[in-house]
Design a protein around this ligand. Structure first.
Ligand SMILES: [Fe+2]
Length: 289
């Protein structure tokens, strides 16, 4: 449900721009074209400004370093304890790509749209190598036809940021809502959807992903949490530096005529774009030039 407190401003679809396709894809992945919220939500308190979380989601420079302690450990433990012939559990399929190399994250690509929204991935993402769920593709083909299903599954977006208030994942059918409560306190709510008509295993996978990666007792998020609160403390220090570098790939972004900007996956483009948007909201009351 969307609401605006302004009597003016663009219609919702214009405001969402390219981010709307992520919402459509989340719904399209249901053979019935419907999703439903199931259960409650995970609430996870972060000791940092809300911007830390939003900026982190489409930052592809940090995962292979910061997530060595979770994803890297899971991979090493599996290699040590299991034989070649053992099947990879789907928990590991989810954890392993967080420590993919720079080449992978670079190739994933970054796209930003007007009003601060952005996405990592598109053709590939950390979700694109999951094992297929038995019967799911057949159900989708029966509902939409082969060609359309190819188009639906070809969308491999990682995180979509709908700036500044929520983020979503189509493949994992979850939405995270960002609730700032103080200058150094932010609650992140994670909601999981069920794709109506799809095998229950798809929903189980989404719940498992949120348990492993988004919940308040997850394995991966504490790596980020540690970074957020240290950056927050660093920036609050009396002798903190006056400048923050957001220059990576500056001048190499690819601006398209429709206002979309594309960049290599590890570019700082989205941060520059988000701060431009923030400046517009603060100085021009959201009227964008
Ligand atoms: Fe992370």
């Amino acid at each position: 449900m969307f609401a605006s407190l302004s009597a003016e401003g663009p219609p919702l679809k214009t405001w969402l721009s390219g981010a709307a396709a992520s919402i459509d894809n989340l719904v399209d992945r249901s053979p019935d074209g419907k999703i439903e919220i199931v259960g409650g939500c995970f609430r996870y308190l972060h000791d940092s400004n809300w911007k830390m979380f939003i900026e982190n989601l489409n930052d592809a420079m940090h995962p292979m370093v910061v997530h060595q302690s979770s994803s890297g450990t899971a991979k090493r433990v599996f290699q040590d304890l299991h034989k070649e012939t053992d099947a990879v559990p789907f928990e590991l399929e989810m954890l392993a790509p967080f420590t993919n190399d720079y080449g992978f994250f670079e190739k994933m690509g970054l796209t930003a749209w007007k009003y601060g929204h952005s996405v990592t991935g598109g053709k590939i993402s950390i979700h694109s190598a999951y094992s297929p769920i038995p019967g799911y593709a057949e159900m989708m083909v029966a509902a939409y036809g082969e060609e359309r299903v190819k188009q639906i599954f070809a969308v491999n977006r990682h995180n979509t940021v709908v700036y500044p208030s929520f983020t979503l994942k189509g493949a994992i059918t979850s939405v995270r809502v960002v609730k700032p409560i103080a200058v150094n306190k932010t609650v992140i709510e994670s909601w999981v959807f069920r794709q109506v008509g799809a095998p229950e295993e798809l929903f189980t996978r989404s719940i498992t992903y949120c348990n492993l990666i988004n919940s308040h007792a997850n394995l991966v998020g504490p790596d980020d949490w540690e970074a957020y609160h240290r950056v927050q403390a660093g920036l609050s220090a009396q002798d903190a530096g006056e400048w923050i570098s957001m220059h990576r790939y500056k001048g190499q972004d690819h601006a398209l005529p429709d206002g979309t900007t594309e960049s290599a996956g590890t570019s700082d483009m989205v941060f520059r774009h988000e701060y431009d948007t923030w400046k517009n909201y603060m100085l021009h009351n959201g009227v964008f030039p």
